[in-house]
Write a protein that binds this ligand. Structure first.
Ligand code: ADP
Ligand code: ASP
Ligand code: MG
Length: 409
Protein backbone atom coordinates (compact mmCIF):
# COMPACT_ATOMS: atom_id res chain seq x y z
CA UNK A 1 0.00 0.00 0.00
CA UNK A 2 1.33 3.37 -1.00
CA UNK A 3 0.51 6.98 -0.26
CA UNK A 4 -0.09 8.76 -3.54
CA UNK A 5 -0.61 12.46 -4.17
CA UNK A 6 -2.28 12.92 -7.55
CA UNK A 7 -2.85 16.26 -9.24
CA UNK A 8 -5.41 16.67 -12.02
CA UNK A 9 -5.10 19.76 -14.24
CA UNK A 10 -7.76 22.00 -15.77
CA UNK A 11 -8.54 19.97 -18.88
CA UNK A 12 -8.74 16.79 -16.80
CA UNK A 13 -11.55 18.33 -14.69
CA UNK A 14 -12.92 20.50 -17.52
CA UNK A 15 -16.51 19.14 -17.49
CA UNK A 16 -18.83 17.09 -15.28
CA UNK A 17 -18.09 14.01 -17.40
CA UNK A 18 -14.37 14.49 -16.88
CA UNK A 19 -14.75 15.02 -13.14
CA UNK A 20 -16.73 11.76 -13.02
CA UNK A 21 -13.93 10.07 -14.96
CA UNK A 22 -11.34 11.40 -12.49
CA UNK A 23 -13.48 10.01 -9.64
CA UNK A 24 -13.44 6.60 -11.36
CA UNK A 25 -9.67 6.76 -11.74
CA UNK A 26 -9.01 7.87 -8.17
CA UNK A 27 -11.44 5.20 -6.94
CA UNK A 28 -9.53 2.53 -8.87
CA UNK A 29 -6.24 3.55 -7.18
CA UNK A 30 -8.02 3.49 -3.82
CA UNK A 31 -9.36 0.00 -4.55
CA UNK A 32 -5.78 -1.16 -5.04
CA UNK A 33 -5.21 -0.23 -1.39
CA UNK A 34 -3.50 3.14 -1.80
CA UNK A 35 -4.00 6.12 0.47
CA UNK A 36 -5.09 8.95 -1.80
CA UNK A 37 -4.64 12.72 -1.65
CA UNK A 38 -5.96 14.46 -4.76
CA UNK A 39 -5.16 18.03 -5.79
CA UNK A 40 -7.30 19.65 -8.46
CA UNK A 41 -7.09 22.74 -10.66
CA UNK A 42 -10.04 24.87 -11.67
CA UNK A 43 -12.04 23.68 -14.71
CA UNK A 44 -10.14 24.58 -17.88
CA UNK A 45 -10.62 28.20 -18.90
CA UNK A 46 -12.07 29.15 -15.52
CA UNK A 47 -9.02 31.00 -14.15
CA UNK A 48 -8.79 32.99 -17.40
CA UNK A 49 -12.51 33.76 -17.22
CA UNK A 50 -12.14 35.07 -13.66
CA UNK A 51 -9.13 37.21 -14.63
CA UNK A 52 -11.17 38.67 -17.48
CA UNK A 53 -14.03 39.53 -15.09
CA UNK A 54 -11.58 41.33 -12.80
CA UNK A 55 -10.15 43.24 -15.75
CA UNK A 56 -13.58 44.49 -16.71
CA UNK A 57 -13.64 46.25 -13.33
CA UNK A 58 -9.98 47.26 -13.32
CA UNK A 59 -7.62 46.49 -16.20
CA UNK A 60 -4.73 46.47 -13.71
CA UNK A 61 -6.49 44.22 -11.16
CA UNK A 62 -4.00 42.34 -9.02
CA UNK A 63 -3.09 41.62 -5.42
CA UNK A 64 -5.34 40.52 -2.57
CA UNK A 65 -8.77 40.76 -4.15
CA UNK A 66 -7.66 39.05 -7.35
CA UNK A 67 -6.55 36.10 -5.21
CA UNK A 68 -9.90 36.01 -3.40
CA UNK A 69 -11.53 35.81 -6.83
CA UNK A 70 -9.18 33.29 -8.51
CA UNK A 71 -9.26 30.73 -5.72
CA UNK A 72 -12.99 30.23 -6.26
CA UNK A 73 -12.20 28.22 -9.41
CA UNK A 74 -10.49 25.45 -7.44
CA UNK A 75 -13.15 25.55 -4.72
CA UNK A 76 -15.72 24.47 -7.31
CA UNK A 77 -13.72 21.45 -8.47
CA UNK A 78 -12.82 20.13 -5.00
CA UNK A 79 -16.50 20.07 -4.06
CA UNK A 80 -17.62 18.44 -7.31
CA UNK A 81 -14.91 15.77 -7.25
CA UNK A 82 -15.63 14.96 -3.59
CA UNK A 83 -19.35 14.60 -4.38
CA UNK A 84 -18.49 12.30 -7.29
CA UNK A 85 -16.29 10.15 -5.02
CA UNK A 86 -18.94 9.93 -2.31
CA UNK A 87 -21.56 9.01 -4.89
CA UNK A 88 -19.34 6.03 -5.71
CA UNK A 89 -19.21 5.00 -2.08
CA UNK A 90 -15.75 6.34 -1.25
CA UNK A 91 -15.60 8.41 1.97
CA UNK A 92 -13.95 11.66 0.90
CA UNK A 93 -13.43 15.19 2.14
CA UNK A 94 -12.49 18.43 0.41
CA UNK A 95 -10.31 21.26 1.72
CA UNK A 96 -9.36 24.69 0.43
CA UNK A 97 -5.71 25.69 0.82
CA UNK A 98 -6.58 27.81 3.85
CA UNK A 99 -8.42 24.96 5.54
CA UNK A 100 -5.51 22.52 5.24
CA UNK A 101 -3.62 24.82 6.10
CA UNK A 102 -1.10 25.71 3.46
CA UNK A 103 0.75 28.78 4.71
CA UNK A 104 2.46 31.03 2.16
CA UNK A 105 4.26 34.34 2.20
CA UNK A 106 2.18 37.44 1.45
CA UNK A 107 3.26 37.94 -2.17
CA UNK A 108 -0.24 37.95 -3.68
CA UNK A 109 -0.60 36.33 -7.12
CA UNK A 110 2.83 34.64 -6.83
CA UNK A 111 3.06 33.47 -3.24
CA UNK A 112 5.53 30.85 -2.06
CA UNK A 113 4.58 28.01 0.26
CA UNK A 114 6.27 28.33 3.67
CA UNK A 115 4.71 25.48 5.60
CA UNK A 116 1.93 22.94 5.50
CA UNK A 117 -0.01 21.68 8.49
CA UNK A 118 -0.89 18.17 7.44
CA UNK A 119 -2.68 17.09 10.62
CA UNK A 120 -6.20 17.13 9.18
CA UNK A 121 -5.12 15.24 6.08
CA UNK A 122 -3.32 12.55 8.05
CA UNK A 123 -6.33 12.21 10.36
CA UNK A 124 -8.67 11.75 7.39
CA UNK A 125 -6.35 9.25 5.71
CA UNK A 126 -6.21 7.25 8.93
CA UNK A 127 -10.00 7.22 8.89
CA UNK A 128 -9.98 5.75 5.40
CA UNK A 129 -10.98 8.93 3.59
CA UNK A 130 -9.80 10.23 0.24
CA UNK A 131 -8.64 13.82 0.71
CA UNK A 132 -9.27 16.37 -2.05
CA UNK A 133 -7.32 19.64 -1.87
CA UNK A 134 -7.70 22.83 -3.90
CA UNK A 135 -4.55 23.53 -5.89
CA UNK A 136 -2.91 26.91 -6.48
CA UNK A 137 -3.89 28.46 -3.14
CA UNK A 138 -2.93 29.08 0.46
CA UNK A 139 -3.20 31.71 3.16
CA UNK A 140 -0.54 34.02 4.54
CA UNK A 141 0.19 34.36 8.26
CA UNK A 142 -2.67 36.86 8.58
CA UNK A 143 -5.13 34.47 6.91
CA UNK A 144 -5.27 36.47 3.68
CA UNK A 145 -6.01 34.19 0.73
CA UNK A 146 -3.04 33.87 -1.66
CA UNK A 147 -2.35 32.15 -4.98
CA UNK A 148 0.85 30.51 -6.18
CA UNK A 149 1.13 31.87 -9.74
CA UNK A 150 -0.29 30.38 -12.95
CA UNK A 151 0.10 26.64 -13.09
CA UNK A 152 0.50 26.64 -9.29
CA UNK A 153 -1.57 23.51 -8.63
CA UNK A 154 1.48 21.47 -9.65
CA UNK A 155 3.33 23.07 -6.75
CA UNK A 156 0.48 22.32 -4.33
CA UNK A 157 0.70 18.67 -5.36
CA UNK A 158 4.45 18.45 -4.92
CA UNK A 159 4.44 20.38 -1.64
CA UNK A 160 1.76 18.10 -0.17
CA UNK A 161 3.68 15.05 -1.36
CA UNK A 162 6.80 16.40 0.37
CA UNK A 163 4.96 17.22 3.60
CA UNK A 164 3.23 13.83 3.71
CA UNK A 165 6.32 11.92 2.51
CA UNK A 166 4.19 10.40 -0.23
CA UNK A 167 5.55 7.51 -2.26
CA UNK A 168 4.96 9.45 -5.50
CA UNK A 169 3.52 12.71 -6.73
CA UNK A 170 1.64 12.05 -9.96
CA UNK A 171 0.76 15.00 -12.20
CA UNK A 172 -2.13 13.96 -14.45
CA UNK A 173 -2.60 16.20 -17.48
CA UNK A 174 -3.75 16.25 -21.10
CA UNK A 175 -0.51 14.78 -22.50
CA UNK A 176 0.94 11.41 -21.49
CA UNK A 177 4.27 12.73 -20.23
CA UNK A 178 7.07 15.19 -20.90
CA UNK A 179 7.99 15.31 -24.57
CA UNK A 180 11.09 16.37 -26.44
CA UNK A 181 9.12 19.52 -27.24
CA UNK A 182 5.51 20.70 -26.99
CA UNK A 183 3.60 18.05 -28.99
CA UNK A 184 1.08 20.71 -29.99
CA UNK A 185 3.78 22.44 -32.03
CA UNK A 186 5.73 19.39 -33.21
CA UNK A 187 3.50 16.34 -33.69
CA UNK A 188 6.66 14.24 -34.14
CA UNK A 189 7.77 15.05 -30.58
CA UNK A 190 8.70 11.96 -28.55
CA UNK A 191 7.69 11.17 -24.99
CA UNK A 192 10.64 10.81 -22.65
CA UNK A 193 10.59 7.89 -20.18
CA UNK A 194 12.62 10.01 -17.80
CA UNK A 195 14.19 13.44 -17.60
CA UNK A 196 16.54 14.83 -14.96
CA UNK A 197 15.36 17.49 -12.53
CA UNK A 198 18.05 19.77 -13.85
CA UNK A 199 16.78 19.51 -17.42
CA UNK A 200 13.13 19.71 -16.41
CA UNK A 201 13.87 22.85 -14.41
CA UNK A 202 15.57 24.39 -17.42
CA UNK A 203 12.74 23.34 -19.79
CA UNK A 204 10.12 24.75 -17.40
CA UNK A 205 11.94 28.03 -16.91
CA UNK A 206 12.45 28.38 -20.67
CA UNK A 207 8.74 28.09 -21.34
CA UNK A 208 7.60 24.42 -21.22
CA UNK A 209 4.50 24.87 -19.14
CA UNK A 210 3.85 21.17 -18.63
CA UNK A 211 5.13 21.62 -15.05
CA UNK A 212 5.33 24.83 -13.03
CA UNK A 213 8.97 25.74 -12.31
CA UNK A 214 8.42 25.93 -8.58
CA UNK A 215 6.94 22.45 -8.54
CA UNK A 216 10.13 21.10 -10.09
CA UNK A 217 12.33 23.10 -7.70
CA UNK A 218 10.34 21.83 -4.74
CA UNK A 219 10.44 18.23 -5.88
CA UNK A 220 14.18 18.40 -6.42
CA UNK A 221 14.84 20.04 -3.06
CA UNK A 222 12.69 17.61 -1.07
CA UNK A 223 13.46 14.57 -3.22
CA UNK A 224 9.82 13.95 -4.14
CA UNK A 225 9.42 11.20 -6.74
CA UNK A 226 7.56 13.06 -9.50
CA UNK A 227 5.79 11.66 -12.55
CA UNK A 228 3.79 13.27 -15.38
CA UNK A 229 0.97 11.11 -16.78
CA UNK A 230 -2.15 11.35 -18.91
CA UNK A 231 -5.60 11.62 -17.36
CA UNK A 232 -7.07 10.04 -20.46
CA UNK A 233 -4.82 7.14 -21.43
CA UNK A 234 -2.91 4.43 -19.57
CA UNK A 235 0.87 4.46 -19.47
CA UNK A 236 4.00 4.99 -17.43
CA UNK A 237 4.34 8.69 -18.28
CA UNK A 238 7.61 10.47 -17.58
CA UNK A 239 9.58 10.14 -14.36
CA UNK A 240 11.59 13.15 -13.24
CA UNK A 241 14.83 11.73 -11.85
CA UNK A 242 17.95 12.89 -10.08
CA UNK A 243 20.11 11.33 -12.73
CA UNK A 244 19.90 9.25 -15.85
CA UNK A 245 19.46 5.54 -15.44
CA UNK A 246 22.56 3.41 -15.94
CA UNK A 247 21.76 2.67 -19.56
CA UNK A 248 21.82 6.34 -20.42
CA UNK A 249 25.01 7.44 -18.68
CA UNK A 250 27.14 5.80 -21.34
CA UNK A 251 25.57 7.51 -24.29
CA UNK A 252 23.76 10.49 -22.94
CA UNK A 253 21.52 12.48 -25.25
CA UNK A 254 23.26 15.71 -26.26
CA UNK A 255 19.98 17.53 -26.51
CA UNK A 256 17.01 16.32 -24.48
CA UNK A 257 14.44 18.85 -25.49
CA UNK A 258 13.39 22.08 -27.14
CA UNK A 259 11.56 24.73 -25.15
CA UNK A 260 10.09 28.00 -26.31
CA UNK A 261 8.57 31.06 -24.75
CA UNK A 262 6.09 33.31 -26.51
CA UNK A 263 5.77 35.63 -23.53
CA UNK A 264 8.79 37.84 -24.11
CA UNK A 265 9.35 41.20 -25.78
CA UNK A 266 12.56 42.91 -26.85
CA UNK A 267 13.71 46.50 -26.28
CA UNK A 268 16.73 48.32 -27.69
CA UNK A 269 18.31 51.63 -26.77
CA UNK A 270 20.82 52.59 -29.47
CA UNK A 271 23.67 55.06 -29.59
CA UNK A 272 24.46 55.73 -25.94
CA UNK A 273 27.99 56.43 -24.83
CA UNK A 274 30.03 53.45 -23.71
CA UNK A 275 30.93 54.55 -20.20
CA UNK A 276 31.07 52.80 -16.82
CA UNK A 277 27.63 52.63 -15.22
CA UNK A 278 25.70 52.75 -18.49
CA UNK A 279 24.08 49.34 -17.93
CA UNK A 280 22.99 50.45 -14.50
CA UNK A 281 21.56 53.72 -15.83
CA UNK A 282 19.52 51.83 -18.42
CA UNK A 283 18.36 48.85 -16.35
CA UNK A 284 18.09 50.58 -12.95
CA UNK A 285 14.75 52.28 -13.78
CA UNK A 286 13.45 49.03 -15.29
CA UNK A 287 14.17 47.11 -12.13
CA UNK A 288 12.78 49.99 -10.00
CA UNK A 289 9.52 49.47 -11.90
CA UNK A 290 9.59 45.83 -10.68
CA UNK A 291 10.19 44.49 -14.17
CA UNK A 292 12.36 41.42 -14.56
CA UNK A 293 14.89 41.45 -17.37
CA UNK A 294 15.76 38.15 -19.02
CA UNK A 295 18.33 38.28 -21.85
CA UNK A 296 20.75 41.17 -22.30
CA UNK A 297 23.10 41.96 -25.18
CA UNK A 298 25.41 44.95 -25.46
CA UNK A 299 27.29 45.89 -28.65
CA UNK A 300 30.06 48.46 -28.70
CA UNK A 301 30.97 50.21 -31.96
CA UNK A 302 34.43 51.43 -33.00
CA UNK A 303 33.24 54.97 -32.26
CA UNK A 304 32.71 54.08 -28.60
CA UNK A 305 28.92 54.10 -28.85
CA UNK A 306 26.94 51.25 -27.46
CA UNK A 307 23.61 49.63 -28.36
CA UNK A 308 21.86 47.83 -25.56
CA UNK A 309 19.14 45.20 -26.13
CA UNK A 310 17.19 43.26 -23.51
CA UNK A 311 14.00 41.22 -23.12
CA UNK A 312 11.17 41.47 -20.60
CA UNK A 313 7.82 39.70 -20.14
CA UNK A 314 5.32 40.81 -22.80
CA UNK A 315 2.96 42.05 -20.09
CA UNK A 316 5.67 44.51 -19.02
CA UNK A 317 6.48 45.69 -22.54
CA UNK A 318 4.54 48.99 -22.51
CA UNK A 319 5.83 50.03 -19.09
CA UNK A 320 9.41 49.11 -19.95
CA UNK A 321 9.18 50.96 -23.28
CA UNK A 322 7.92 54.14 -21.60
CA UNK A 323 10.67 53.95 -18.98
CA UNK A 324 13.34 53.37 -21.62
CA UNK A 325 12.19 56.42 -23.60
CA UNK A 326 12.66 58.55 -20.49
CA UNK A 327 16.14 57.10 -19.99
CA UNK A 328 16.94 57.76 -23.67
CA UNK A 329 16.19 61.47 -23.24
CA UNK A 330 18.54 61.71 -20.28
CA UNK A 331 21.31 59.76 -21.99
CA UNK A 332 20.80 61.50 -25.35
CA UNK A 333 20.43 58.12 -27.04
CA UNK A 334 20.04 57.94 -30.82
CA UNK A 335 16.84 55.88 -30.67
CA UNK A 336 14.69 53.45 -28.73
CA UNK A 337 12.96 50.55 -30.47
CA UNK A 338 10.78 47.73 -29.24
CA UNK A 339 9.46 44.48 -30.64
CA UNK A 340 6.85 42.33 -28.93
CA UNK A 341 6.57 39.83 -31.77
CA UNK A 342 9.59 37.78 -30.85
CA UNK A 343 9.98 34.37 -29.22
CA UNK A 344 12.76 32.67 -27.33
CA UNK A 345 13.70 29.24 -28.58
CA UNK A 346 15.99 27.03 -26.49
CA UNK A 347 17.82 23.72 -26.68
CA UNK A 348 18.25 21.90 -23.36
CA UNK A 349 20.43 18.93 -22.47
CA UNK A 350 22.90 17.92 -19.77
CA UNK A 351 24.92 16.22 -22.50
CA UNK A 352 25.90 19.68 -23.81
CA UNK A 353 28.35 20.02 -20.94
CA UNK A 354 30.73 17.57 -22.46
CA UNK A 355 30.18 18.33 -26.13
CA UNK A 356 31.29 21.38 -28.06
CA UNK A 357 29.68 22.39 -31.31
CA UNK A 358 26.01 22.14 -30.36
CA UNK A 359 25.54 25.89 -30.58
CA UNK A 360 27.07 26.18 -34.03
CA UNK A 361 24.97 23.27 -35.25
CA UNK A 362 21.87 24.99 -33.91
CA UNK A 363 22.80 28.25 -35.69
CA UNK A 364 23.45 26.36 -38.92
CA UNK A 365 20.08 24.57 -38.80
CA UNK A 366 18.28 27.88 -38.26
CA UNK A 367 20.31 29.57 -41.01
CA UNK A 368 19.38 26.81 -43.46
CA UNK A 369 15.74 27.73 -42.86
CA UNK A 370 16.47 31.42 -43.38
CA UNK A 371 15.71 32.22 -39.73
CA UNK A 372 17.53 35.27 -38.44
CA UNK A 373 18.84 35.10 -34.86
CA UNK A 374 18.41 38.36 -32.96
CA UNK A 375 19.94 37.47 -29.60
CA UNK A 376 21.81 34.51 -28.13
CA UNK A 377 22.41 33.38 -24.59
CA UNK A 378 23.98 30.19 -23.29
CA UNK A 379 24.55 28.33 -20.06
CA UNK A 380 26.10 24.95 -19.29
CA UNK A 381 23.04 22.97 -20.34
CA UNK A 382 21.08 25.30 -22.62
CA UNK A 383 21.33 27.57 -25.64
CA UNK A 384 18.62 30.17 -26.23
CA UNK A 385 18.02 32.38 -29.24
CA UNK A 386 15.52 35.13 -29.88
CA UNK A 387 13.81 34.96 -33.28
CA UNK A 388 10.79 36.50 -35.01
CA UNK A 389 7.61 34.83 -33.71
CA UNK A 390 6.50 33.90 -37.22
CA UNK A 391 9.37 31.42 -37.42
CA UNK A 392 8.60 29.63 -34.15
CA UNK A 393 6.99 26.48 -35.56
CA UNK A 394 9.51 26.24 -38.39
CA UNK A 395 12.43 26.69 -35.96
CA UNK A 396 11.13 24.08 -33.50
CA UNK A 397 10.58 21.52 -36.26
CA UNK A 398 13.91 22.15 -37.95
CA UNK A 399 15.80 21.73 -34.67
CA UNK A 400 13.78 18.66 -33.71
CA UNK A 401 14.67 17.09 -37.04
CA UNK A 402 18.25 18.40 -37.11
CA UNK A 403 19.11 17.01 -33.68
CA UNK A 404 17.27 13.77 -34.43
CA UNK A 405 15.05 14.01 -31.38
CA UNK A 406 12.45 11.72 -32.93
CA UNK A 407 14.67 8.72 -32.38
CA UNK A 408 15.70 7.60 -28.94
CA UNK A 409 19.41 7.98 -28.34
P1 ADP B 1 -2.73 21.22 -16.87
O1 ADP B 1 -3.95 22.06 -17.08
O2 ADP B 1 -3.03 19.75 -16.75
O3 ADP B 1 -1.87 21.72 -15.76
P2 ADP B 1 -0.95 22.44 -18.80
O4 ADP B 1 -1.65 23.06 -19.96
O5 ADP B 1 -0.49 23.33 -17.71
O6 ADP B 1 -1.92 21.30 -18.22
O7 ADP B 1 0.30 21.56 -19.28
C1 ADP B 1 0.14 20.58 -20.29
C2 ADP B 1 0.51 21.18 -21.64
O8 ADP B 1 1.90 21.49 -21.65
C3 ADP B 1 0.36 20.23 -22.80
O9 ADP B 1 -0.96 20.24 -23.31
C4 ADP B 1 1.39 20.75 -23.81
O10 ADP B 1 0.80 21.50 -24.84
C5 ADP B 1 2.28 21.66 -22.99
N1 ADP B 1 3.72 21.37 -23.14
C6 ADP B 1 4.68 22.30 -23.39
N2 ADP B 1 5.87 21.73 -23.50
C7 ADP B 1 5.70 20.39 -23.32
C8 ADP B 1 6.58 19.27 -23.31
N3 ADP B 1 7.89 19.39 -23.50
N4 ADP B 1 6.04 18.05 -23.08
C9 ADP B 1 4.71 17.89 -22.87
N5 ADP B 1 3.83 18.93 -22.85
C10 ADP B 1 4.30 20.17 -23.09
N1 ASP C 1 -6.04 27.27 -12.12
C1 ASP C 1 -4.70 27.83 -12.05
C2 ASP C 1 -4.24 28.29 -13.42
O1 ASP C 1 -4.98 28.16 -14.39
C3 ASP C 1 -3.71 26.90 -11.43
C4 ASP C 1 -3.45 25.63 -12.19
O2 ASP C 1 -4.24 25.22 -13.05
O3 ASP C 1 -2.42 25.01 -11.91
O4 ASP C 1 -3.15 28.81 -13.55
MG1 MG D 1 -0.44 23.26 -15.64
Amino acid sequence: MALLVQKYGGTSVGSIERIEAVADKVGAYRDQGNDMVVVVSAMSGETNRLIELARQIDPKARGRELDVLLTTGEQVTIALLTMALEKRGYPARSYTGGQVKIVTDSAHNKARIKSINHEKIVGDLNNGKIVVVAGFQGVDEFDNITTLGRGGSDTTGVALAAALKADECQIFTDVDGVYTTDPRVEPEARRLDSITFEEMLEMASLGSKVLQIRAVEFAQKYKVPLRVLSSFTEGEGTLITTEYGAEKTVEQALVSGIAFNRDEAQLTIAGVSDTPGIAYQILGPISDANIEVDMIVQNVSAEGDTDFTFTVHRNDFETAFASLKETAKKLKAREVTGNNRIVKLSLVGVGMRSHAGIASRMFQILANEGINIQMISTSEIKISVVIDEKYLELGVRALHEGFDLKTES
